[in-house]
Each structure stands twice: as structure tokens, then as C-alpha cells.
Design a protein around this ligand. Structure first.
Ligand code: UDP
Length: 445
């Protein structure tokens, strides 16, 4: 193996295309994570191929992001959007296509980093078929998510099973916060190797503009008290809690409040339905004169929104990491967030913002008002937030930790596969697969 092929990696993100526009239905933190990790690894000398499922005939099959980093869209199932809960049945075809791509391009990935449980199934197949080392990031754990929602989807049993299996057999699991690691141990399995490497953010982009310059650019009143939400329209994001909390604010009568709810949606899709529902609540509560819904915000304009805000609110019911919180803190803006998941790791209550119980409207009102009423404290919290993100959550720092992890794993001998692949490869992998283990292996299904 030469130096280049040794530092070759596949990032698999079946449903979270790293090359698409962020902020709309099912496109959020995972897409940003994969894209940023990919680009940062390429700068560290890795050849990075990011695999996703093609969802429209208009999409290019290969998008070159930089000389050593590209997105490759594989055709698996219909070339159209498929909600992630319906995507499992197309995974064998995805594996076949990925194997075919390797053969056609004379590549074998010695290491595969998968994202979300669907991709972990693909990774487990590659581990078994061609002995790729497997690293996995969950982005969301079924065992936690299903506790926070009312309707459990039919795919839940399969998801929980796959999530347990990958924890136990991957070379390494990347938890993005100590809270996520603890959930894996208490709710999924005691077995398996877990490292904590957080998500990151672009500390050059976020934090590049000050409050008044950002307001001038966006046409926001310099005297207004600006409360910002950024993210997808999904009931689990808790936007309704934020709207009801702002309605109760003590500052409503005396101050110029401005509530901005940023994020994209498509009419008729689930995010469009949630957006309509939120807008109806805003109207019903008589808040439309000081609430704006600007739609999807590009990563280029976003630093202005974060900087313009007095407070950024992350009211999620459940949040495995929550990139929005660190983007706001990098921009010097305090965060009021639900006291859940990764937000407990990123936001230090009373130092970089405030943590409050999820779905608790009066607690959100009180926290938002405390920050809005004290501009000096707001600035202190903002400064401390920027410092925390610069020290702990830059993409460069995250990529260097991942680089170290992959390099260690590549140096280790390849283990015998523990499971038999479900997919019988139609195409032969470039490298010879291992002989089947003599003991009867457990099945993946
Ligand atoms: N985002 C964006 N434009 C929008 C809304 C969201 O670019 O209009 C980005 C946001 O900046 C963040 C990501 O989408 O990087 C959301 O990630 P987070 O982890 O907060 O939530 P998720 O979508 O993963 O649930």
C-alpha cells in the first residue's frame, strides 16, 4: 500500500448528503458534520470519498469539493426523496453500488466512517466483506429518541438491533458528547469501544462580524431585542415552546422584541406542515408583528443572524449534539437551551448561556428575559461562549482528533469478521475477502 491509499477513507452518509443545501427537511447537522469533517481531513492529507444516496435525477453523481474530497451519489432504490425511516430496504443495493464503485475505480477503503444507523449497516457489510475498519457516529440514538416521541415507527425494532450490533462490533464509536456515551452504555450495550470526539464549527466564519454591523446588513433595528431560532422545522425541535415563551416575556410591552425563526421548509412535506403549524400559533398569539420567518438561511448569511441576535434559543426535546448552539456561541451570542443531551456538554449554564428543562414554557421565558434585561451580562456570556468554542469545538481540532484515531486504527492488525454479510456481493471487492470463519457466525439480520 502506498502512502496515499493508506490515508484513504470513505465517509458514508446514506441519507445525509454532504453536498446539498442545509436547513431543509432531513438536512441538518449530519450533512454539515460529514461535509466539514471530509474537507478538514482532506487538508490533513486524506483522500476523502463521501457516499450518499442519489435522490433526484438532476443531482450530479460526483461533486468535487476540493482536490482530495468529493461526494459520490449512488443509485439505490428510487431516485427520489425517501424519508429515513423507509430507507432500510435500499441498503443492500447501496452496498452493491459502493462495491462496484470500488472495483471500477480500483480502490478499497481500508477505513470507513459511517453516520447514522442506516449507514452503520452498510459499514458492517463492508467490514465483513472486505475487512474495512469501521468507525461510527450515531448522530441520533433510537433508544433515546423513541423515549421522546409519541408514535414509534415500524422500523424501530430493526434500528435498535442494528444500533446495538454496530456498538459491539465497530472498531470505534465516536460519541459527540459524554452524555451520548453515557446513553450508549446505559441504553444500548456495555460492550464496544467508544471515544468522545465532539462536533465542530467554523470559528472563522462564525464570529466574523459584530452585532451592529450584522444588524445593519440584515436591516434589523439597532435597538431591538432579537431572539433567534435556527434549525429544521420538526416538532422535536420544540419551536412551539419558544414561541409560547416569547409570548409570555415581561419585555413584550416595554421593549422592541424581534423573534426570528430561521430554517427552510417545503410545502406539503413534514417540515412544511410544521412551519405552517408554528406560523398559525404565532398568528393566534398575536405575535406576527414582531416575528419573522426568513426561510432557509445559507451558511454564508448565517453568521450575520447569530451576531445580530441578543440570544439564540435551542428548545429541542432531544438533541444528540446541536450544532446551532456552538455556532451561536462562536458568534459571541449567549444560548438558552433545553437541558438535554449534547446541549448539556456545549452550553455551560450561567457561563455561556442558560440551560432549562425541555418544554417548560415559563422556564424558557425567565431565561430569555434574564439575558435580554442585562446587556452587560449578555456580553460576558457571549465572550465566554466564543472562548469555549474556540478551545474545544473548531473543525480543525475535531479533524485532528479523528485523524489520530484513524491512524491508530490503521496501524492495528485486521480482526476476523464476527458476522456474515447479508449482502452476497455480486461484484468482487478489489482485495480478496477473508476466508469464512470456521465457527458458525451470527447473522446480521
Ligand atoms: N442550518 C442552516 N440553515 C438553516 C437552518 C439550519 O444552515 O436555515 C444548519 C445550522 O447552521 C446547523 C445545522 O443546519 O449547522 C443544524 O444542525 P443541528 O445539529 O443544530 O440540528 P440537526 O439538524 O442535526 O437536528
Amino acid at each position: 500500500m502506498n502512502a496515499t491509499s493508506e490515508k484513504r477513507i470513505a465517509l458514508v452518509s446514506v441519507h445525509g448528503d454532504p453536498a446539498i443545501e442545509i436547513g431543509q427537511e432531513e438536512a441538518g447537522g449530519q450533512n454539515v458534520y460529514v461535509r466539514q469533517v471530509g474537507e478538514a481531513l482532506a487538508k490533513l492529507g486524506w483522500q476523502v470519498d463521501m457516499f450518499s444516496r442519489k435522490v433526484s435525477a438532476d443531482q450530479e453523481t460526483i461533486v468535487q469539493h476540493s482536490s482530495h474530497c468529493r461526494t459520490i451519489r449512488l443509485t439505490a432504490g428510487p431516485v427520489e426523496f425517501v424519508p429515513r425511516d423507509n430507507g432500510f430496504k435500499y441498503l443492500p443495493e447501496f452496498v452493491e453500488e459502493l462495491l462496484k464503485f470500488q472495483v471500477e475505480n480500483k480502490i478499497t477503503y481500508p477505513i470507513v466512517h459511517t453516520n447514522y444507523w442506516l449507514s452503520s449497516w452498510v459499514g458492517m457489510q463492508l467490514k465483513t466483506i472486505q475487512r474495512s475498519k469501521l468507525v461510527h457516529t450515531y448522530h441520533s440514538l433510537g433508544a433515546v429518541k423513541y423515549r421522546a416521541i409519541d408514535t414509534i415507527p415500524p422500523i424501530a425494532t430493526k434500528r435498535l438491533e442494528v444500533e446495538k450490533q454496530v456498538l459491539e462490533i465497530a472498531e470505534r464509536i465516536v460519541a459527540t458528547s459524554p452524555q451520548e456515551k453515557q446513553h450508549m452504555r446505559s441504553l444500548v450495550s456495555k460492550k464496544g469501544n467508544i471515544d468522545i470526539i465532539p462536533c465542530g464549527t467554523d470559528i472563522q466564519n462564525f464570529g466574523s462580524v459584530d452585532r451592529q454591523a450584522a444588524r445593519a446588513k440584515l436591516g434589523i433595528d439597532p435597538e431591538a431585542k432579537v431572539i433567534l431560532y435556527v434549525g429544521r422545522f420538526d416538532p422535536r425541535k420544540g419551536i412551539e415552546t419558544l414561541v409560547r415563551a416569547v409570548q409570555q416575556s415581561k419585555l413584550r410591552e416595554s421593549q422592541k422584541l424581534h423573534l426570528i425563526i430561521g430554517g427552510g421548509s417545503t410545502p406539503g412535506n413534514s417540515d412544511g406542515i410544521e412551519r405552517d403549524r408554528i406560523e398559525a400559533i404565532v398568528n393566534e398569539l398575536g405575535m406576527s408583528d414582531f416575528t419573522t420567518l426568513p426561510g432557509r438561511l445559507s451558511q454564508t448569511i448565517l453568521p450575520n443572524y447569530y451576531a445580530a441576535a441578543d440570544v439564540c434559543v435551542v428548545p429541542s426535546h432531544y438533541e444528540p449534539f446541536g450544532l446551532v448552539a456552538i455556532e451561536a456561541m462562536a458568534s459571541g451570542t449567549p444560548v438558552v437551551a433545553s437541558d438535554v443531551g449534547g446541549l448539556q456538554f456545549t452550553v455551560v449554564s450561567e457561563q455561556t448561556g442558560l440551560l432549562v428543562p425541555p418544554q417548560n414554557v415559563p422556564a424558557f421565558t425567565n431565561a430569555i428575559d434574564r439575558i435580554l434585561m442585562n446587556p452587560e451580562w449578555r456580553d460576558e456570556l457571549g465572550k465566554a461562549g466564543r472562548k469555549r468554542v474556540t478551545e474545544k469545538f473548531s473543525w480543525e481540532g475535531v479533524a485532528s482528533q479523528l485523524n489520530k484515531l484513524y491512524t491508530q486504527l490503521l496501524a492495528k492488525p485486521v480482526a476476523q469478521p464476527l458476522v456474515k454479510p447479508l449482502v452476497k456481493p455480486l461484484v468482487k471487492s478489489v482485495e480478496q475477502p477473508l476466508a469464512q470463519p470456521t465457527k458458525k457466525p451470527a447473522l446480521l439480520s
